[in-house]
Design a protein around this ligand. Structure first.
Ligand code: ATP
Ligand code: MG
Length: 389
């Protein structure tokens, strides 16, 4: 019985007839849909048909003389249908098309015209890799921390939540996508590589190379550092989608410090996240900004509010905060300027300060983000996760 379902996208009449026969001839895969034409944007009607196909594999037939639309379709698919694996079929005489197809997110590049034999080999490689990946790991969870307003404390919260998750569950990566990478300073790390190295080498990135780009904190937390000069780490949406695919295979939890970055990539990263923590302070401008961010990110299901430097506003309840921001409140972090500022200056985050109220607060936030995993580990771990004095 065929194991894999396949969707075909082509703009060539002959391939439209031929490719389903070749796919079905492999016996391990079956064509579920053939679409004539490539989607041009997320709102294109074809996108719905692609999503509805729920195909394990999508074959993109790249026409020899005009590769642009097919390459853009690969990028788009990585975003709108991240669970499908993309195989590109194209000419071997055009190296730039091969590189661009792989960069855009194709897993395989097969010679055009292709054959049942080539398809069978590629499909077999995929099923064996999937079996291995399934056996070794389940996909990790991504938590993105973003500011309602600059300086609200996103980096402090991302760094300390990542360390708290590391203490609770282990195998955590912190990814700094901010326009100036502060996370390495908070952790007193000087990594030799940054996020842009990972994005530039995406075409050859695997778990081992990814780990090589990571800075390592003594607690075991890995850091993919941000830029050391102000810049926006560029990359197409598909490149970030691919990087995050690898991150969640490698790590149980991925915390992203987006700080005050606001561009289309931020939106993509939030889309790729299981949970987005919007950091605000309890003052009027911050809460006003939080409401604006809520509509910018436009996904209230995965978005929750963290009130940093929490203080009670007389006459203003927590439910007032939630209705003003249209976001549910998940956590309140106490206002502890001296401890936090000293921790940042020394490169020793406050989570490392035994039994302090602020350390407990971050452990509490990490537990609130991982309720089911928490049930399994509390019996074994609890207070031993704090460093003894
Ligand atoms: N809970 C807290 N209590 C007191 N001070 C805090 C708290 N959290 C953060 N701060 C202070 O707020 C300042 C900004 O923190 P941080 O760098 O984490 O903010 P950010 O939102 O990442 O800033 P940016 O927008 O520049 O990326 C720091 O100096 C830190 O000391
Ligand atoms: Mg920051």
């Amino acid at each position: 019985m065929p194991e894999l379902s396949v969707l075909i996208l082509t703009t060539d009449e002959d391939q439209r007839t031929l490719l389903p026969l070749l796919v079905d001839g492999t016996a391990i895969a079956k064509t579920v849909n053939t679409i004539f034409g490539f989607p041009e944007g997320t709102t294109d009607a074809v996108v719905r048909r692609i999503k509805d196909s729920r195909a394990d594999v999508t074959l993109i037939d790249i026409p020899p003389r005009d590769s642009g639309a097919a390459l853009r379709a690969i990028e788009l698919l990585r975003v709108v249908s991240p669970e499908t694996t993309i195989f590109a079929i194209g000419e071997m005489s055009q190296p730039h098309v091969i590189v661009n197809a792989m960069r855009a997110g194709a897993r395989e590049y097969l010679e055009r015209p292709t054959s049942t034999h080539l398809l069978l080999e590629a499909l077999a490689r995929l099923t064996s890799a999937q079996r291995k990946a399934h056996a070794n790991s389940t996909r990790g969870k991504v938590f993105t921390v973003i500011n309602a307003k600059g300086g609200s404390g996103a980096t402090t919260i991302a760094v300390n939540t990542a360390l708290a998750l590391q203490a609770l569950h282990g195998n955590v990566a912190l990814v700094d996508v901010a326009t100036l990478g502060h996370a390495a300073l908070h952790l007193n790390l000087k990594p030799g590589f940054t996020l842009s190295d990972a994005l530039h080498n995406l075409h050859r990135l695997d778990g081992t190379l990814l780990e090589g780009y990571m800075g390592r904190h003594e607690r075991g937390l890995h850091l993919l550092a941000g830029p050391t000069e102000p810049s926006v780490t560029s990359g197409a949406s598909a490149e970030f989608a691919r990087l995050f695919d690898l991150l969640v295979l490698q790590y149980g939890h991925v915390v992203v410090d987006a700080s005050s970055r606001l561009d289309p990539v931020t939106r993509v990263i939030c889309d790729l996240s299981d949970h987005v923590l919007l950091v605000a302070q309890a003052d009027v401008t911050s809460l006003w900004s939080a409401q604006k961010m809520q509509s910018f990110l436009a996904d209230s299901d995965r978005l929750s509010l963290v009130l940093n430097r929490f203080r009670k506003i007389p006459g203003f309840s927590e439910s007032d905060v939630e209705s003003a921001t249209q976001t549910k409140l998940i956590w309140k972090v106490p206002n502890q300027y001296a401890l936090i500022a000293q921790g940042i200056d020394r490169g020793i985050p406050v989570t490392e300060q035994n039994h302090s109220e602020i350390a407990r607060s971050f452990i509490g936030l990490a537990s609130a983000l991982t309720p089911r995993e928490e049930e399994e580990t509390t019996k074994r771990k609890t207070w031993s996760l704090f460093r003894s004095a």
